[in-house]
Ligand binder design. Structure first.
Ligand code: SF4
Length: 449
């Protein structure tokens, strides 16, 4: 009987893709996916350490696994990802039934670590190996419908944002060669994938170690690969989001008119304390340059409220920046002190309740903006790639526009991966509703949103 694996993933797309690669390694060792964790011979929790809440979720999941481990002692329980890297052996001290703790750059050594655990020795490996998952392992891609594939172009981050744990957990920037990336993209196109998302913690800083080519070159060369309809990339940093990347986005129809550009705060003093390296004005100028080059770009961002020392006036600067830019989408969070980061030591007098209130105010403002912007699309045509049955109504489908908006609509016989045109009939703050458009009308579709 074949051995079974179960991988649970938290956090960013990079973690999702690392889990696909770990699944690739395990299937190479003869493991098959289990239906549920309790049935598995190896359970891997691929973790996120970006906020305290994310870390606590890991220990809750480990608590739930304890009974399964007692019932099935030869089951291997492993913790991978950023909590593994950040906490190392203290994961096993806190949860002694954990056999394996491997950091993101040590996951490529899964085969030898499993062998050591089977010799009943616990393993903790947080080495930042060069030959990490970045270069090894054929992923078992979750999107079985050949709709979209992640391609990691680089790992790590050389920046030192004062609140961020990533440089600690993922190490310094390390880019793959552009040749290996284009080979992977061509292979995916041959397999029928329509959309590629290039991943990196600081993806704008991508630099081919052989040719010195950057992200804009990669986009241009990947745009020439036949069959690839959409190219996306994440996560960007305003300091590295250069004009050459904006020009490539404007020139290439394959590059989706969607940009995720984390700003984090609207106050230049807070941005300085965050060590983001840019000011409110620099960010505004970058957005203006982007919108001049691609007028109907969909722009999303990340914002942290309640950073230590953030005053009411500085929070108001964030609110005014949001009113001025009118983002299409936003991910917003309350500051969470991470161990070993510079911000962890900053004095923080703002009461938790006030921080929560700031987050609520920001999210209410953004919800109103998103609703207005989505309502402005009613009556327009959009090309969507079908993703899945709609979460709200399984009798409907959910498709994604080039601008990264979700449209729910009915389309009998359509399946994930299909490319269709819909007419937008109504809008909510977070998604759109549409009607399938017959072939004739499709030609009128403008494409961006
Ligand atoms: S650029 Fe992003 S990943 Fe890098 S330190 Fe800053 S927030 Fe963290």
């Amino acid at each position: 009987m074949s051995k079974l694996y179960w991988i649970e993933t938290w956090g960013c797309q990079m973690n999702d893709h690392d889990s696909e690669k770990m699944a690739g390694i395990l299937s190479g060792l003869g493991y098959d996916p289990a239906r549920e964790a309790a049935d598995a011979d190896i359970v891997l929790l691929n973790t996120c350490a970006i906020r305290e809440k994310a870390e606590e979720k890991v220990y809750q999941a480990l608590g739930n696994l304890r009974a399964a481990k007692q019932a099935h002692p030869e089951m291997i329980v492993g913790v991978a990802g950023c909590v593994a890297q950040m906490s190392g052996k203290s994961v096993r001290e806190r949860s002694p039934w954990v056999d394996l703790v491997i950091g993101p750059r040590a996951a490529s050594r899964l085969p030898e670590h499993i062998a050591r655990v089977q010799e009943s020795r616990g393993v903790v490996d947080t080495t930042l190996y060069q030959d990490s998952l970045l270069r090894v392992a054929k992923p078992v891609r979750q999107s079985g419908d050949r709709r979209k594939a992640y391609v990691t172009v680089m790992e790590g981050c050389n920046k030192k944002c004062s609140y961020c744990i990533v440089p600690t957990t993922r190490g310094r920037e390390d880019s793959r060669t552009i040749q290996s990336l284009l080979e992977e993209v061509s292979g995916l196109a041959e397999e029928g994938y329509l959309e590629i998302e290039f991943l990196g913690q600081n993806v704008n800083a991508y630099r081919c170690p052989e040719t010195g080519e950057g992200l804009s070159d990669l986009l241009r060369r990947a745009g020439e690969v036949a069959g690839i309809l959409r190219l996306r990339f994440a996560t960007s940093h305003p300091l590295h989001f250069g004009s050459e990347i904006i020009r490539a986005m404007a020139d290439l129809p394959e590059v989706s008119p969607y940009m995720h550009l984390p700003v984090q705060s609207g106050s230049t003093r807070v941005l300085k304390a965050m060590r983001r390296g840019y000011s409110r004005e620099t960010y505004l100028a970058k957005v203006q340059e982007l919108r001049e080059a691609i007028p109907d770009i969909t722009l999303s961002t990340d914002i942290i409220v309640g950073f230590p020392g953030e005053t009411e006036a500085e929070f108001e600067e964030t609110m005014s920046l949001v009113r001025e830019i009118r983002f299409d989408q936003m991910f917003s969070f309350i500051f969470s002190a991470r161990p070993g980061t510079a911000a962890e030591m900053l004095p923080d007098e703002c009461p938790a309740g006030r921080k929560t209130a700031r987050l609520m105010e920001l999210q209410a403002l953004q919800r109103g903006i998103q609703l207005e912007k989505n309502q402005a699309l009613v009556g327009q045509l959009r090309e969507v790639i079908v993703e899945s049955p709609s979460r709200r109504n399984p009798a409907e489908l959910a498709g994604r526009t080039p601008g990264n908006r979700i449209v729910n609509f009915r389309a009998t016989g359509a399946v994930p991966g299909d490319l269709l045109t819909v007419s937008i009939t109504s809008a909510g703050p977070n998604s759109l509703r549409g009607e399938l458009v017959e072939r004739e009308e499709e030609l009128a579709c403008s494409g961006a949103d």
